[in-house]
Structure formats: structure tokens, C-alpha cells
Design a binder for this molecule. Sequence first.
Ligand code: MG
Length: 374
Amino acid sequence: MPKQYRLLGGEPVLRRACRAFLGHPAIGGVRVVIHPDDRVLYEAAVEGLGLPEPILGGESRQESVLNALAELSEDPPRAVLVHDAVRPLVGAALIDRVVAGLETHAAVLPALPVADTLKRAAPGTRQVESTLDRTDLHAAQTPQGFAFAPLYDAHLKARAEGRAVTDDAALAEAAGLATLLVPGERAALKLTVEEDFAMAEALIARTPARTAIGQGFDVHRFGPGDSVMLCGISVPHTHGLVGHSDADVALHALTDAILGALGAGDIGTHFPPSDPRWKGAASARFVAHAMGLLAARGGTLAHADLTLICERPKIGPHAAAMKASLGALLGLPPERIGLKATTTEGLGFTGRSEGIAAQAVVTLSLPADPLPDR
Ligand code: MG
């Protein structure tokens, strides 16, 4: 799962980053640039924050920023802050410093002095060649602040010239904009490797967690068709499943399990079958909604366990694909997902092959007390 959608202190990294800006009085609005494939993850991560439509990114970070600037150019702001979503612990004081710098400069760069001694290795070797003078060296962070018009111009120019850079300050620099350095924050670290997540978790003061267990059960009957949706995977079969949505009985049970553990009603209250919007809907969307509610409570999913009950189709050949699909939906590694299938020995409605039943159990970890700003 992309780092910006992983959970940190029970909250998606992206959501935490957005909240840092949404809660700041100098910020007029937040736009998120996402990968087109991450739509479902995005919707779940920012559920309830009231953000406008996300902007779709490009092939590179630079292109993604340009896409966002192009969108903003329709009603250009005076200034813009460009931030890496994987720096979720950015503080209000850092945002203050960047915004204040924009009063006098067209570009503002938060940075930390380089504390470690820098060594250059002989090219392609592990052999130290020289020691660099670290005086006047700074490690760049984000948010980087810019007057809107010159940054947009610099981006357009770089694209026209086919020039690639790693951050926006480099473009400002190339365009000859005076760039002010302001002090960065160690806490605004970029979540790059696994160790960074552990450090960031440690930085977040957490209330003790409570555990909640939810269970869900669902049944759909067979009808005409040549495939059934199970765990977000289309499985060829002699029949289809009848339902208002895509009739993914497994994802319905799973959604109900999450909603149940949250005490948040059931799938029918959130997605009434009478609502034409959910006709033929991909049930992954229902799961994402429940995950969004969980994230909004500052909770995390610890595990999910599903049992599919039917005589046919055979689940075994599709189990790996189903598990991968569940892992992507839930943001869980394989060892935290149980997926089992059983027949009922020819007994009952499943035994008569009239339909498929599914059971799900989930374990959630939730903050012990409600967090008021979520
Ligand atoms: Mg159902």
C-alpha cells in the first residue's frame, strides 16, 4: 500500500497531513493530488474532511504538481504551499514560518541544518574519497511556499524545456526567484523507510487503545449469469448472484463486521437498496466507506477473518487472488487476513446450491477516548 494511505497512530498518513493544513487559519483550501489507481484508498482516507475533488497526478512528482497548479490557475490563489503527504507530522509553527516568509519572498523553503558529517565515496565504491564541508548545507523539507504566478511560470518553463527536478524550490531557484530558508522541524520527517514509521508512531502521543470485535453475515441467492463477485474478484460460475449492487456477499459480510464493531449500523442503513446510486455498485466501495468511518474514529483494523459457505464455485483456485484483493482493500498484510471456504455437506440452502453465504469477523483497535478534532 502506498505510504500516504498507511495508518499512523490509527489514522491514514494523508489524512493527518491534510488535517494539519485544514486546521491552520492561513490556509484557504487544500487540494490533494493522487494516483488515478488510488481513488478508493483516497476516498476512505479523507472521508468526512470535506475536501474538493482530488487532482490526478502525472508520471512524476513534478508533473503532478504542475497538474495541480494548472487546476488552481483557473482561479489562482496569491500563494501556494506544496507539501509531501508523507510528512504527516508537520506542525502549525512550521506552516506559520513558511507563510510569514512569503510576505517578503516569492519562494520559502523550510530546511534543517545538516548535522551528520558528509562523506563522498569514490564513484561506484564503498571507499571514502573525501569529507564534504557541511557549513551552509541544509536538508530541504516541505511545505515549500511560493507566490503562485512565478511558480506556475517556472513549472511551465521547465516542462517546455524538458527539465526534471526533485522539488519545487529547485525550479524556483532555476527561475531566479529569491528563496528564503526558514527553520524546518525534525518531526516533519518524510516517511521513507519502515523505521521512519516507527519513529513517527513514537512521536505521536497516543491514548490507550480499546479492542472491538465485529461480525457480519450475508446471503445472496443464485440467479442468471456466468460469474459471481467474491471478495472483489469475478469468479466464473454457472450462475450469477442476485443483488442490488454487485452482490459480493463476502464484502457485504465484511462491511457489516466493520460497521458492527463501530456500532455504526449496517450496510443497509449506509447504502439503502432503494437508492439507485448503488445499483450494480462495486462492493469494494462499501468496504472503503466502513474503513473511512473507522479512520475517522482514529481506529485501525487489526485483522479480518472470512468464511465463504457454498457447494460451488470452488473457492480454492481463487483464494490467493481474493486474499490479495482483501489485502488491498483493507490495508492488511496476508497474515492478518483469514479466508476459508466450506460446504454444508449438501444440507440447507447452500447445500442445495441456491446461493452463497458469507461470515466475517474483524478486530478493530480504537482510541480509548473520542478524539475531538477528528
Ligand atoms: Mg448483501
